[in-house]
Design a protein. Structure first.
Lengths: 384, 161
C-alpha cells in the first residue's frame, strides 16, 4: 500500500515530504477558514456577555406582581419606606432622602451603571441616556428660581447624581432663571438654553426652557444611537426612535387640546423618529384636533392604540388616557425588542424598560399613599 | 535525525488537529461562559459555584481531543517507541484528528454560548439551574459523535488493536 501510495505521489511529481507539507497547508487553510467563520458570531456576542449577566442579575431583583400587591396594600408612606428598606437596591438611599428622591437616585445610578458597563459600540447612547439626571436637575433649578424658592427648598428638589451635580449645586444661590442659564455657560446646556431664554424673557413662562432641554436630550440620544452597524445598534436605534415618536405624539396631542397650531408646536418637535418621519410629523401638527391627529397616524401602530382610547378620552377629556396607552406601547415594544437579540442588546433594553417602569409605579403608589384614603383599586388602575 | 515513517508523521498531524481544533473550540466556549459568569458573580457573589459549573462544561471537548491525540501518539509509535504506522493508517489518523477536532470546535463554542446564556438565566431566576444545565449539555452531543467516530476510525483503521 505504501509503495502504491509512493508511486502515485511520484507520478504526480511529488515527494513524500512535499505531500506532507501540502497536507499540513491544506489543513491549516481549512482551519483558518473555519476559525474566521465561527469567530464572527462570537465577536458579536462577546462584548455583551458580562453586561448581560449583570443586568439580568438586576432584572431578577426587580419587583414582581406579588411585591407590588404588598406595596399597594401598605397603609401609608412609612410602610412603603420600611418595605423598600428590605431590598438592598433601594435601602442605600432611603434613610437619607425622601422616598421619591431615593427612587430617582436609584434610577440615575442604574443609568450610570449601564453607561459604565455597556459595550463600546453602544456606550455613547447610554452615556447620553445617563444625562437625564443632569437635565432633570437643571429643570428643577429653573422651576425653583421661577417660583422664588429659597436655597434650602431648591436644594431639596435636586437629585444628588449626574455628571454636573456639583456645578448645578453651585447655582442653588442664583437669584433668577437668567442667572441659572448664565451659570451653565461653558456646559453643553448653556448653548441649548440660550435661544429659549429669549422666549422665556418675552413670555415669562419656563416651558420653552424645559422643552429646549427635553428636545436636546432626545436629539442627542437619537444621534448617539444612530450607528446602524449591526443588529444590536439597529435595535437600540428603533427603541430610542420609538420613544421620540411617542414623545412627539404626546406633545402634539397636548398642543391640540390647548388649540395650538403648526407654528406653535413646530419648535418643540424632534424631526426624525423611528416610524414617524418629518413629512408625517408635519401632517400631525397641521391636524385640526385630536381626532385629526389620530386619522393622520393611520398606517402606524399608534393609530390603533389611540383609537382604542378615544372614547375614554371623549368621556374624561383627559389626555392622560392617551399618554398611559402610549407608555404601555413603549413598554411592550421594548419588551419585544429585548427578546429579539438575547445574546446582544436585548437584555439591557429589557432591564432598562422594566426598571423605569418599576420606579414609575413606585412613585405613583407613593404619591397616592400621601393622600389619605386613596382607594387601592384606583392605584392599581394608575400603574403602568 | 530521528527516522519517522510516513504513516507515523501523518498520525502526528492527526494528533495536532485533534487537540488543536478541539482545544480552540473548548477555549472559546469556556471564555464565553466564564465572561458571563464573571458578570453574574459581580452582581451576586452566591453565583460563584454555579458560574464555575457552567464555565467548566466546555472543558470536555479539549479532554476528548487530548485523549485522542495521546492515543494517536502512542499507537503510531511516536510515544513509547512501538512500530510505526503504515501510510494508509496514517491517512486514517488524519481523519481521526479531523473528526474530534472539528466536532470539538463547534461543540465547544456552542456549549460556551449556551452556558453563558444559562448563567444569565440562573442569576435572574435561581430555579433555572437544572434547565440551564440541560440546555448547556445539548451541544455536548456533537463532540461525543466526533469522539465516537474517532475511536471507530482508530479501531477499524488499523491504529488500535
Amino acid at each position: 500500500m505504501a509503495d502504491e501510495f509512493t508511486t502515485i505521489l511520484t507520478s504526480l511529481g511529488l515527494s513524500t515530504e512535499a505531500f506532507i507539507a501540502i497536507l499540513v497547508i491544506v489543513l491549516l487553510v481549512i482551519g483558518a477558514v473555519v476559525v474566521v467563520i465561527v469567530s464572527r458570531p462570537v465577536l458579536d456576542i462577546y462584548p455583551y456577555l458580562l453586561p448581560n449577566a449583570r443586568v439580568r442579575a438586576r432584572k431578577g431583583r426587580l419587583f414582581d406582581e406579588k411585591h407590588f400587591s404588598e406595596i399597594i396594600e401598605s397603609d401609608n408612606i412609612d410602610e412603603i419606606t420600611n418595605y423598600l428598606r428590605g431590598f438592598p437596591d433601594y435601602a442605600e438611599h432611603i434613610d437619607n432622602y425622601s422616598l421619591e428622591k431615593s427612587l430617582d437616585i436609584q434610577l440615575s445610578e442604574t443609568y450610570d451603571m449601564i453607561a459604565r458597563i455597556a459595550p463600546e459600540n453602544i456606550k455613547k447612547a447610554f452615556v447620553a441616556l445617563a444625562k437625564k439626571s443632569d437635565i432633570n436637575n437643571i429643570k428643577s433649578l429653573i422651576t425653583a428660581k421661577e417660583a422664588n424658592l429659597n436655597s434650602n427648598d431648591t436644594s431639596n428638589l435636586l437629585i444628588p447624581s449626574g455628571k454636573l451635580y456639583e456645578d448645578i449645586q453651585h447655582l442653588i444661590d442664583s437669584n433668577t432663571v437668567e442667572d441659572v442659564v448664565a451659570g451653565l455657560d461653558g456646559t453643553e446646556y448653556g448653548v441649548v438654553l440660550e435661544d429659549a431664554l429669549n422666549e422665556y424673557k418675552e413670555s415669562k413662562m419656563i416651558l420653552p426652557l424645559e422643552a429646549a432641554l427635553d428636545k436636546y436630550y432626545l436629539e442627542n440620544l437619537l444621534t448617539a444611537a444612530n450607528v446602524p452597524s449591526n443588529d444590536n445598534t439597529a435595535i437600540l436605534y428603533s427603541y430610542i426612535g420609538s420613544q421620540v415618536d411617542v414623545n412627539n405624539i404626546k406633545l402634539i396631542i397636548r398642543a391640540k387640546t390647548d388649540g395650538l397650531n403648526y407654528e406653535g408646536i413646530s419648535p418643540y418637535m424632534i424631526k426624525e423618529g423611528h416610524d414617524i418621519k418629518e413629512w408625517k410629523l408635519k401632517d400631525l401638527m397641521e391636524s385640526e384636533d385630536v381626532s385629526g391627529v389620530i386619522n393622520s397616524l393611520e398606517g402606524t401602530d399608534f393609530a390603533q392604540i389611540l383609537n382604542d382610547n378615544l372614547q375614554n378620552y371623549n368621556e374624561t377629556g383627559s389626555v392622560a388616557v392617551f399618554e398611559k396607552a402610549l407608555d404601555e406601547y413603549i413598554s411592550d415594544y421594548a419588551n419585544s425588542l429585548s427578546l429579539k437579540n438575547p445574546l446582544g442588546i436585548g437584555p439591557i433594553i429589557g432591564f432598562l424598560n422594566k426598571k423605569e417602569k418599576e420606579v414609575k409605579n413606585l412613585k405613583i403608589i407613593a404619591r397616592a399613599k400621601r393622600e389619605a384614603g386613596f382607594p387601592v383599586s384606583e392605584i392599581q388602575e394608575m400603574l403602568v | 535525525m530521528v527516522e519517522i515513517a510516513l504513516g507515523t508523521a501523518l498520525a502526528a498531524i492527526g494528533a495536532g488537529v485533534a487537540i488543536g481544533f478541539a482545544g480552540l473550540g473548548s477555549g472559546l466556549g469556556q471564555g464565553i461562559a466564564a465572561a458571563g459568569s464573571v458578570g453574574a458573580v459581580a452582581e451576586d457573589k452566591g453565583m460563584f459555584a454555579q458560574g464555575i459549573i457552567f464555565s467548566a462544561l466546555p472543558e470536555t471537548q479539549a479532554i476528548y481531543g487530548f485523549l485522542i491525540a495521546i492515543l494517536l501518539l502512542v499507537f503510531s509509535g511516536l510515544l513509547g517507541g512501538g512500530a510505526g504506522l503504515s501510510t494508509t493508517s496514517g491517512l486514517v489518523a488524519v481523519g481521526v484528528g479531523a473528526s474530534i477536532g472539528f466536532a470539538g470546535l463547534g461543540s465547544g463554542m456552542g456549549q460556551g454560548i449556551a452556558a453563558a446564556s444559562s448563567v444569565g438565566a440562573v442569576v435572574e431566576d435561581k430555579g433555572m439551574f437544572a434547565q440551564g444545565i440541560i440546555f448547556s449539555a445539548l451541544p455536548e452531543t456533537q463532540a461525543i459523535y466526533g469522539f465516537l467516530i474517532a475511536i471507530l476510525l482508530m479501531v477499524f483503521g488499523g491504529i488500535l488493536g
